[in-house]
Write a protein that binds this ligand. Structure first.
Ligand SMILES: Cc1ncc(COP(=O)(O)O)c(C=O)c1O
Length: 359
């Protein structure tokens, strides 16, 4: 697929310079078609009938396998969820932490991780990493570890600054269980779960899937209690609810997911080009370079696809004004920053339009 062919996949790009995959990625024509076709199929083929139900199970199996392959995992290690937030809740409820246990996180986490951490019951220690270089961030996190630490829980890419966190080094250096929030990494930068224990995926962002849909990688499914059970959790069930868990990480599946969403995601996964990561990185570098001439870049020099900067005016007002100019970027609450998300569909022209629209 050429870049021009890739651009032509997305109807939204005909009207907008769309730079907010960090919230929701653009939907491609094949994705929209797959969703419409699935909706019609469900109605015409007897939704709820045996044959129809088998097609849903097959669709779930295919999507699970494709998501696993994206992050160097196997199907047996992947759960299908509704979101990264679901994934964080599944892990934290399964770990059954207590009040004298500690979890180490960072000062730049999304509520999707932070809230599940807070209600886990454990003491949450917060490492200051915002705008610190990678080595300093690593040390800041390691220095929060005590003999009570049961889990490290942090994003691979910080949603605010776009910093890439040294998750593999943290695992290697600490040897502790680690939950990685992959909302801003999977589909944006290459990911290999390697020795990590838990890794969440948000499919509606950089994977350009419909919402809501996500996934959760669990390295050792038998080692984590099923804390948020759905129908899919069990292989067999007693009258009192005692159950034998389903095989592998499917026991953590969030429950029924809309068939249209699964079909749309399958089409989205199939349309991503091989050069996706290289192009997105190139556009992020171009975007940083162009913005740097007029604005302060937050955590400059990072290698993620998020570019945060300090606009001249109030960020939320500026984001609303830019929308009216056909430019979609995100204002980051409580920071005064705007964030541009650069994907494999982003062009130099999109970046020029951002610059032209900024006050
Ligand atoms: C780092 C991070 N974590 C979690 C989330 C929440 O993702 P989801 O809606 O899939 O729960 C977001 C969404 O912006 C995010 O940026």
């Amino acid at each position: 697929m050429t870049f021009d062919e890739a651009r032509a996949l997305f109807p939204v790009l005909e009207r907008f310079a769309y730079l907010n995959a960090g919230t929701l990625g653009p939907l491609s024509r094949p994705t929209l078609t797959a969703m419409e076709e699935r909706l019609r199929f469900d109605q015409e083929q007897g939704r709820g009938g045996h044959g129809w139900f088998m097609t849903v199970l097959e669709l779930r199996a295919r999507v699970r396998e494709q998501l696993a392959a994206l992050i160097g995992a196997s199907s047996a290690e992947m759960a299908l969820t509704g979101s990264t937030t679901d994934g964080c809740n599944i892990v934290l409820s399964g770990l059954e932490l207590e009040s004298d246990d500690e979890v180490v996180t960072t000062d730049s986490e999304h509520p999707g991780l932070l809230l599940p951490l807070h209600v886990s019951g454990a003491r949450v220690r917060v490492a200051e990493v915002a705008a610190r270089p990678g080595v300093d961030a690593l040390q800041a996190i390691l220095s929060c570890i005590t003999s009570r630490t049961r889990l490290l829980a942090l994003s691979h890419v910080l949603w605010t600054t776009g910093q890439v966190m040294p998750v593999h080094e943290l695992k290697r250096e600490s040897g502790l269980p680690i939950l990685v929030d992959g909302a801003q990494s999977v589909g944006a930068i290459p990911v290999d779960v390697g020795e990590l224990d838990y890794y969440t995926v948000s499919c509606q962002k950089w994977l350009c899937g419909p919402e809501p849909i996500g996934a959760l990688y669990v390295r050792d499914p038998e080692g984590l209690r099923v804390g948020v059970p759905s129908y899919f959790a069990q292989k067999s069930l007693e009258p009192d609810g005692t159950f034998v868990p389903a095989e592998g990480a499917a026991r953590f599946d969030s429950g029924w997911l809309a068939t249209t969403t699964l079909a749309g995601l399958e089409a989205a996964l199939a349309s991503a080009p091989e050069w996706r990561f290289e192009h997105a990185a190139e556009m992020a570098a171009l975007c940083r370079g162009a913005l740097r001439e007029r604005f302060e870049i937050v955590a400059d020099g990072e290698k993620s696809t998020l570019v945060s900067f300090v606009p001249a005016g109030e960020a939320a007002t500026e984001a609303a004004r830019l929308y009216d100019f056909g430019v979609i970027v995100r204002d980051l609450p409580g920071t005064g920053w705007l964030r541009a998300s650069c994907g494999w569909w982003t062009s130099g022209d999109d970046i020029d339009r951002v610059l032209a629209a900024l006050a």
